[in-house]
Design a protein around this ligand. Structure first.
Ligand code: GLN
Length: 475
């Protein structure tokens, strides 16, 4: 029962072949058995899950039509707040935080019938690419326990890959949905900036943060996106753009669609096995009638420094609220207010978070603001224009998701710069605000999953889902 897709789970409950409660129990059994080795979950919300399951079962018993996610067991990255359920963002500073409200995306999932099993592990405040920055414990890749699951939504990706959830929500600021999806062999979709409300998402970098699904199939990603997308009065940056029926759009033919390939995404540092799998996937799409066209994204080389200035600058401002006063960890026996702030933050934040607060504070400080922050914002505009130009020629752009498959735990922990550089193919879409999806496209000789990334125009998730679906069905 654990490997069901959304529709299969929902119809099994609808047709009374099982119940939502039994299904949730089956997932909790699996979590109890397998999660000690994997570490995908930080907190289980069993009471809340079973209450929701009973509600869905009552509907099914009356023969009423279940909502689209009726009884479907899902997992939520711990950066999304959940009423009454501990939400730590992977940080000790929020180790005791029980939020009084729900993140909009989570509330919409539940309103559509989803059963929230629990909260998933992640890099602290979503800062990382390997999940090794979690303050609680690392996550192990279910496909090879000696390897990282990717990050920062590593717990969500691992939960779906290990059949410990049907679907999960993650967040993507610089690749954190797509890269772990690619490392764990699942589907990960980052919607357009503003497509999904950020209300109740613990902020990392507000102009770059996106919530989106991690699922087993492209259709499931479409179903979840349809559920969580759309304007929310609680987030003024959520867009007033109509939400199409992504599921209905999946079946439209891909013949004649123009797929852009940019040489900047196939350069130095790209692993040979990843390259050949991605090239084979592009060939496959061509054989389905897509036209492959060369595009140029000339500012790609500047994306990493630009991202790590904008993201850290925003993080340094966002994380100022964790001061031990209103919520979160407070250091004991401080003699003065400033000592209390200092010690609470010193004890509560991990090394990577501190590094970013310092980098961001520096980039924003008088005398350096123009040289770093302002310049980064200008380069961000150039990167966005690169995509605007490319999308005049192409309907979607296909790239590798990550230059390598999953690396070993511990391999990059002592080299933050090497970790940052591996985000090269994912940070660009966050900076430009365009949507991107990662889908499995084969594996390495060591049987590690490889991800194909498909990028689209602003608010055109429908096209990238359609291309992804066509590839998935054909392979
Ligand atoms: N790996 C990137 C970082 O460390 C992206 C993280 C994310 O998307 N949340 O910032």
């Amino acid at each position: 029962m654990n490997s069901l897709t959304i529709d299969a789970a929902r119809s099994a409950i609808q047709e009374r072949r099982t119940t939502a409660a039994l299904l949730a129990e089956a997932f909790y059994d699996r979590i109890e058995k397998d999660d000690p080795q994997i570490g995908a979950y930080l907190t289980l919300s069993k009471e809340r899950a079973l209450a929701k399951a009973e509600e869905v079962d009552a509907l099914a018993a009356k023969g009423e039509k279940l909502p689209p996610l009726g009884g479907v067991p899902v997992a939520i990255k711990d950066v999304m707040v959940t009423r009454g359920v501990r939400s730590t963002a992977g940080s000790k500073i929020l180790g005791n935080y029980i939020p009084p409200y729900d993140c909009t995306a989570v509330a919409r999932m539940e309103a559509a019938g989803a059963v929230v099993l629990g909260k998933t592990n992640c890099d602290e405040f979503a800062m990382g690419s390997s999940n090794e920055n979690s303050a609680w414990r690392p996550v192990h890749n279910p496909r090879d326990l000696s390897r990282v699951p990717g990050g920062s939504s590593g717990g969500s990706a691992a939960a779906v890959a290990a059949d410990m959830a049907v679907a999960a929500l993650g967040s993507d600021t610089g690749g954190s949905i797509r890269q772990p999806a690619s490392f764990c062999g699942v589907v990960g979709l980052m919607p357009t900036y503003g497509r999904v409300s950020r209300y109740g998402l613990i902020a990392f970098a507000s102009s770059l943060d996106h919530i989106g699904p991690l699922t087993k199939t492209v259709k499931d990603a479409a179903l979840v996106l349809r559920t969580i997308a759309g304007r929310d009065p609680m987030d003024s940056t959520s867009a007033e753009v109509p939400v199409p029926d992504y599921v209905a759009e999946l079946e439209k033919p891909v013949r004649g669609l123009k797929l852009g390939v940019a040489k900047e995404y196939f350069g130095e540092g790209l692993d040979a096995e990843v390259r050949s799998s991605v090239e084979a996937a592009i060939q496959k799409l061509a054989s389905l009638g897509c036209e492959v066209v060369p595009v140029s994204l000339p500012h790609t080389a500047y994306a990493i420094p630009t991202y790590y200035i904008v993201a850290t600058a925003e993080a340094s401002a966002n994380l100022a609220r964790f001061d031990g006063v209103r919520y979160g960890h407070r250091a004991g026996d401080a003699r003065t207010l400033s000592e209390m702030y200092r010690r609470s933050r010193d004890e509560g934040f991990g090394a990577e978070v501190k590094r970013r607060i310092m980098l961001g504070t520096y980039a924003l400080s008088a005398g350096y603001y123009d040289a770093y922050y302002l310049k980064a914002q200008r380069v961000r505009t150039l990167l966005t224009r690169d995509f605007e130009e490319a999308f005049k020629k192409a309907d979607a752009i296909v790239t590798p998701t990550s230059p390598t498959a999953a690396f070993k735990l511990g391999d990059k922990v002592d080299d933050p710069l090497a970790m940052y550089l591996a985000d090269i193919y994912t940070v660009t879409a966050d900076l430009a605000g365009i949507p991107g999806i990662s889908i499995p496209c084969g594996q390495t000789r060591e049987k590690l999953p490889i991800g194909l990334q498909i990028l689209g125009r602003h608010f055109d998730e429908a096209t990238i889902l359609r291309v992804a679906h066509a590839y998935e069905q054909a392979s």
